[in-house]
Design a protein around this ligand. Structure first.
Ligand code: MGD
Ligand code: MGD
Ligand code: SF4
Ligand code: MO
Length: 727
């Protein structure tokens, strides 16, 4: 019998509502949910195409073990988990938790239970080698927040519903559907701004799908720090700053004012590629608009100065009187007490410990994934020896995949939790099959404080797990049981002695025995507790899991966000504008490399409507059509200079590597810039994706610690100097 089940999409941060048609626990079809209060019948093609992933014959549905010949063979869960636990315990006993690592990829953020139990394991084993997609995405935004507000999780959201001017730096929400902001109909929200007489100004080296609909400021790649400093320069120099807001909300403005003084639009024109008059006018418009919001996303994070850029964006909002004010940049209200708990548990850390390679500070307990290969290879205490990779594909998503792939082969143990055999886990000892988001219950945990309209949604699993797939939390829980450790309970605390590991695990086994007699702690229980605790004394509606279950389309928790919250979200209620590391970074900016004759063009990234990072190229519905091929967008003038024609295979070379891709001539990229999507060049266990061809653009990026962004250790993936020639 066919049934209709309401759920929501967990591919991107929009979290659109979906309705699934299910028969005998098989998914037949997904369609938009017209009753979802925010997405109201909208989805993008990927949400619908998740049915292809769910039913994909290439999906891994049974535990796989590497054989001597290098292939995979199917094994039982018990065989796999027993062997993994034994080998992991050996590494732990011999070398401690410091030698065990975990890389979690982007889909982790879309599973509350995965995030939670992974944190439980990190705490239990005292893991230090924790890596994530964040160092290729967003970590410097969290560093900027730590420096500005004293809290990594204080990330302001643009007040789309009320702003008069939205300044958007390096984001393309018409394709990406919004990131660090959850608004499923963001394109309409943007159109509404101009419909009510406001403006949307898109700063981007490419005339993107978003820029084409609004005003476009074609900045040079990696020029944003200079642009923002020039905007501040004009605002201060012309007396346009909101001095009352500055006094009330911040400390240390003089340092910012002094720094901006030397960045006139004329001085920065060679970096920004923009007319000084245009920059001056934009500064005046921002300062005099009734309200203005400053929003940036990956284009603001993936250059050489991403932390500084994030810092300056918030500073600009503040200086123009738009931070924590309606119509400007607002702080969301999380119905779960995650920020408080995270702070108490020490999870929202910055620079608590440094990586061995490059000496990079941790961010939210993670180190830069770009140094992972070198951490595997560099001998000595704390050498990375056993690694888990869950929901990630760093061989494609991190710079220099080949270096990482070969280092992975040197590990004592590599285990992956995934839906597919991808380019990374094809090197693993075990690939453990996990549930898709349609096969698990969930709450959009990473988006709760980023909704422009306060909202929460709980869904049950839509279908039972296919094959032998299991949710990540259960796999982690089973491993803990087998190792005699307890999630969230630091094993080493149980053994204050000279032989910590083994004794600790003996004590841990005793605890495990007790734990087995108690009702099992599950993510659902934790969620229910967090919901109840979240509504105590915080002026938010009272929530329980039972109440969420009564609202299958989700629950709107208020009409909009409000201002006046700095007292809660910033230490001491004020924003710090003179963080010493930012002042140091400003001095580095002055010394930054300029144009490079050997590599005259700059490479940036590009997201496509029907791709999702590296993992949806196996969905046939998304790969149909003539234009579904990988390519390099290049300005016709640059193409002529390089001697390449439309469709011609080209060699793209950087100081670090080279790839071959066909040219697509278009004036949507500014002169001097080429744009290539990431996540292509498949050689995994996927039929359609492998056939799609293309190249791994991250071969052109660097893993040299000296080349990573200084404050957050983020990979530099935009603005890479390159040369193009006929292949
Ligand atoms: N269809 C689709 N949607 C997605 C994804 C996907 O792969 N496909 N991925 C999801 C993920 S993981 C994320 S993090 C979000 C990202 O969400 P967005 O950041 O909104 O997505 P992008 O399309 O990468 O937009 C970044 C923009 O920055 C521009 N840019 C590049 N370099 C610079 C620069 O130096 N300065 C400026 N000002 N701009 C620059 C690029 O041209 C690009 O238009 O999207 C999510 N949504
Ligand atoms: N050049 C360049 N590189 C980039 C970027 C860029 O803009 N330019 N963007 C960066 C960004 S923003 C991101 S987020 C990263 C993404 O980088 P990663 O997170 O490393 O890789 P993904 O391509 O997202 O691969 C996700 C993997 O998770 C699996 N998966 C999907 N759902 C689930 C699930 O529910 N459970 C489990 N266990 N597995 C699942 C998929 O099969 C796939 O193998 O790429 C980064 N790399
Ligand atoms: S926009 Fe994002 S959440 Fe909505 S259907 Fe597409 S992938 Fe899913
Ligand atoms: Mo991302």
């Amino acid at each position: 019998m066919q049934t209709q089940k309401v759920t929501f999409c967990r591919i991107c941060e929009a979290h659109c509502g979906l309705v699934a048609t299910v028969e005998d626990d098989r998914l037949l079809q997904l369609r938009p949910d017209p009753e979802h209060p925010l997405s109201r019948g909208f989805t993008c093609p990927k949400g619908i195409a998740m049915a292809d992933v769910q039913n994909d014959p290439d999906r891994v549905l049974h535990p796989l073990r590497r054989t001597a010949s290098g292939d995979f063979e199917q094994v039982s869960w018990d065989e796999a988990l027993d062997d993994i636990a034994t080998r992991l315990a050996r590494v732990y006993d011999d070398h401690g938790g410091r030698s065990i690592g975990w890389y979690f990829g982007n889909p982790t953020a879309f599973s509350y239970s995965h995030v939670l139990w992974l944190q439980g394991l990190i705490m239990a084993l005292g893991l230090e080698h924790v890596y994530s997609a964040g160092s290729q995405d967003v970590n410097n935004r969290f560093v900027a927040s730590t420096l500005l507000y004293g809290h990594a999780a204080s990330v302001p959201v643009p007040d789309l519903a009320r702003t008069d001017l939205l300044l958007m730096i390096g984001a393309n929400p018409v394709v990406s559907h919004g990131s660090l902001v959850s608004a499923p109909r963001m394109k309409e929200d943007l159109r509404a701004i101009t419909a009510r007489g406001g403006r949307v100004v898109v700063v981007d080296p490419r005339r993107t799908e978003t820029a084409a609909l609004f005003e476009h400021v074609p900045v040079r790649p990696d020029g944003d720090a200079w642009l923002l400093l020039s905007l501040l320069h004009v605002i201060f120099a012309e007396g346009l700053a909101d001095e009352a807001a500055i006094r009330a909300q911040s400390t240390g403005v003089d340092a910012l004012r002094d720094a901006a003084a030397s960045y006139s639009p004329e001085m920065t024109a060679s970096r920004t590629g923009l007319e000084p008059d245009e920059v001056r006018q934009l500064a005046r418009d921002l300062a005099t608009a009734g309200s203005a919001a400053v929003y940036g996303r990956t284009g603001s994070c993936l250059g050489n100065h991403g932390t500084l850029v994030s810092y300056l964006m918030d500073a600009l909002a503040l200086v123009t009187g738009n931070l924590d004010r309606e119509g400007g940049n607002l702080f969301g209200r999380n119905p779960l007490p995650l920020e408080r708990v995270g702070e108490l548990a020490g999870v929202l850390s910055y620079d608590r410990r440094r990586s061995r390679v490059g000496g990079f500070p941790d961010i939210l307990g993670t180190w830069p994934a770009a140094v992972m290969a070198k951490e595997i290879r560099q001998p000595g205490a704390g050498q990375l020896r056993a690694l888990f990779v869950s929901a990630g594909n760093p061989v494609l998503s991190v710079p220099n995949g080949p270096e990482l792939a070969s280092a992975l082969g040197e590990l004592d143990l590599l285990v992956s939790l995934d839906l597919y055999v991808n380019e990374t886990n094809k090197h693993a000892d075990y690939v453990l099959p996990t549930t898709t988001w349609l096969e698990r219950e969930d709450v959009p945990v990473a988006s709760l404080s980023l909704y422009t309209v306060p909202f929460i949604h709980f869904t049950e699993a839509t279908v039972a797990p296919y094959g032998e797939a299991r949710p990540e939390w259960r796999i982690i829980d089973d491993l803990c049981d087998r190792m005699g450790i307890t999630p969230f309970a630091p094993t080493r605390l149980l053994s204050p002695g000279p032989v910590p590991a083994t004794v600790g695990r003996a004590a841990g086994r005793a605890l495990t025995a007790v734990r087995r007699r108690l009702p099992r702690l599950t993510p659902e229980r934790v969620l229910d507790l967090a919901l109840r605790a979240g509504s105590v004394g915080r002026g938010v509606p009272r929530l329980t899991l039972a109440r969420l279950r009564r609202h299958p389309h989700g629950l709107v928790l208020g009409t909009g966000l409000s201002g006046g919250r700095l007292g809660e979200v910033a230490k001491g209620g004020r924003v710090r504008l003179d963080a010493p590391v930012i002042l140091e970074e400003l001095s580095r900016l002055g010394a930054a490399r300029g144009a490079d004759e050997e590599f005259p063009l700059q490479l940036i990234g590009l997201r496509e409507l029907r791709s999702h990072n590296s993992w949806m190229h196996n969905a046939p519905t998304l790969m149909k059509g003539r234009n579904r091929r990988h390519g390099m967008r290049i300005n016709p003038k640059d193409a002529a200079d390089a001697g390449v024609a439309e469709g011609q295979p080209c060699r793209v070379r950087s100081a670090y590597g080279e790839i071959e891709v066909p040219a697509m001539l278009t004036d949507e990229v500014r002169e001097g810039t080429i744009a290539i999507p990431h996540g292509w060049g498949h050689q995994g266990g996927w039929t359609t994706a492998n056939r799609a061809g293309g190249a791994n653009v991250n071969l052109l990026a660097s893993t040299d610690p000296d080349d990573l962004e200084k404050l957050a250790g983020m990979a530099v993936l935009n603005g890479i100097p390159v040369r193009v020639s006929p292949a």
